[in-house]
Design a protein around this ligand. Sequence first.
Ligand code: MYR
Length: 131
Amino acid sequence: AFNGTWKIDRNENYDKFMEKLGINVVKRKLAEHDNLKLIIEQNGDKFIIKESSTFRTKDIEFTLGVQFEYSMADGTELTGTWVMEGETLKGTFTRKDNGNTLTTTRSLVGGELVQCYNYEGVDAKRIFKKA
Ligand code: MYR
């Protein structure tokens, strides 16, 4: 159901979330308009995600429940896992530099892909439309 090409449509509270992560204002302004595109291919428990944005292109592979590493566009490194709960993907990641937890979910709402984020009490959303 997550399979396909998803293009960012809008953000909610993303600036405040990035500020909490410690990302400076210049990078935050660029990141608000990063034209993020995700191509998601799910095969059973295995996912391949092709991420592209104004910052970079990156392929990510993970298996549900299996820990993997991910570096954010600003270089911050995370380690964590995605699991499926019902129809929702739930991710729990730890920052390698300070040990803090970043949680995220992906779900389909009215034909859109909604990714929610939480870091240190600040919530944000990024909402994608199918290309
Ligand atoms: C994936 O499934 O796409 C890879 C793993 C994603 C982990 C969580 C991503 C958090 C990104 C936060 C962006 C902060 C702004 C630079």
